[in-house]
Design a protein around this ligand. Structure first.
Ligand code: FAD
Length: 393
């Protein structure tokens, strides 16, 4: 007979997880804040000079921030997705170019290698990836394949003990700086089952960095074309099995979207802080706050949403850390946080007036940086489709 749950039994069991971070995660967040204060002072210069934040990324590597999603046996810290989200919110609240570099390296590349590669492959690539000696890039998009990832045309033909790869990947974050590319290529005619994933090293003949994109925001993060011309990819660089590429790409994007949701939370938080400081400084002759009620409402709404969407993001991260599929939850987090980042940055520019629009504060940079969070790793309308399909399934 099934035992009925009694009110007493329910009361005895914890009803919800605690809302406080564990002491370890709290301490980790403090360490990351310390890193942002010491090493991200040049964020405005990286943007203005369109300069890769090499110093900041190297400092992050020294602190172990490029190995949070790697198991200890391969030199990682195994801190997982929740810790990565906490870290990425902090970093992105100061410098999105550093933030996206670390997000792609950890959430898209290292976590993919850890989950899908075999033992020999992990032993081959992780030593360089966990120390930051090598940076990773994730090469899915092409000229005719963005939201519709299965339309990709880059092909890999098996010839004896290697594949011959030809194609061009577009809009690749860290493209010019990365040494290891995860490349999705067509190995068969089936639209979805004909896609496979490979590791391609930058030093191999035929691998080239093409056009560098000029962008609205994230200007310190190099986004480039990756050209693959008759590249001989050893067969042992195939990840998992032929035909599993699309599954690997989508599964990895669930984790990546948590990184971008955290990036958006960081941008939103920075914008809200600007608004708060600006309004708090507006006082009447007697020193009493005199910010308009409308601006106070805006501040309140944004701050309430920031806390709500942080919990949405952390919920998905905890699910993923527990190996529970979280496509719907990750899409909800990215959808909400990226919209909030745009709303908060727009409000900051409006409320700060000339100081907001002129570059005298970080508001205009936040507005430019926020835009991309609604485009990459699945545009806003695609997140809505993922959520709706998840709900209907
Ligand atoms: C700065 C930056 C960095 C990037 N980094 C990487 C990277 O490292 N690796 C990588 O592989 N890619 C990367 N990308 C590419 C990115 O993932 C794509 O831009 C994104 O998937 C959208 O594809 P698209 O630009 O081709 O837009 P499209 O797919 O053409 O979409 C355009 C618009 O149409 C809407 N739309 C499309 N299809 C549908 C549909 N079926 N239903 C409803 N609406 C739809 C979309 O929501 C969007 O608003 C990056 C892009 C940028 C801008």
């Amino acid at each position: 007979m099934t035992q009925q749950a009694t009110p007493q039994a329910a009361a005895a069991a914890p009803q919800l997880s605690e809302f406080e971070l564990s002491p370890e995660l709290s301490q980790f967040r403090d360490q990351v804040r310390d890193y942002t204060e010491k090493h991200l002072g040049n964020a405005a210069a990286y943007d203005a000079e369109v300069k890769f934040p090499r110093d900041a990324v190297e400092a992050a590597a020294k602190l172990g921030l490029l190995r949070t999603t790697v198991a200890r046996e391969y030199g990682g810290s195994a801190m997982g997705n929740l810790a990565s989200c906490i870290m990425l919110e902090e970093i992105n609240s100061v410098c999105v170019s550093t933030g996206v570099t670390i997000s792609v390296h950890n959430s898209l590349v290292n976590s993919l290698l850890g989950k899908w590669c075999n033992e020999a492959q992990k032993k081959r690539w992780f030593p360089k990836m966990v120390t930051g000696e090598w940076l990773g890039a994730y090469c899915l998009s092409e000229a005719y394949s963005g939201s519709d990832a299965a339309a990709l045309r880059c092909e890999a033909k098996l010839e004896g003990d290697h594949y011959v790869m030809n194609g061009a990947k577009l809009w690749i974050t860290t493209g010019s700086e990365a040494d290891l590319f995860v490349v999705f290529a067509r190995t068969g005619p089936d639209r979805v089952k004909g896609i496979s994933a490979f590791v391609v090293e930058k030093s191999w003949p035929g691998v080239g960095v093409g056009k560098k994109e000029r962008k609205l925001g994230l200007r310190g993060s190099p986004t480039t074309e990756i050209v693959l011309e008759n590249v001989k990819v050893p067969a042992d660089c195939l990840i998992a099995e032929e035909g599993q590429g699309f599954t690997i790409a989508l599964d990895t994007l669930d984790g990546g979207r948590l990184g971008i949701a955290s990036q958006a939370l960081g941008i939103a938080r920075a914008a809200i802080d600007l608004i708060r400081d600006h309004l708090a400084a507006r006082v009447d002759a007697k020193g009493r706050p005199n910010a308009s009620q409308r601006d106070q409402w805006t501040l309140a709404d944004l701050a309430a949403d920031l806390d709500a969407y942080r919990f949405l993001t952390w919920r998905a991260a905890i699910l993923r850390d527990n190996h529970v599929r979280c496509s719907t939850e990750a899409a909800m987090a990215k959808l909400s946080a990226s919209r909030l980042a745009n709303r908060a940055a727009r409000a900051a520019v409006s409320i700060l007036g000339i100081a907001g629009a002129s570059g005298a504060t970080t508001a205009e940079r936040l507005l430019r940086d926020a835009r991309i969070t609604e485009i990459y790793e699945g545009a806003t309308d695609i997140q809505r489709l993922v959520i709706a399909r998840g709900l209907m399934a």
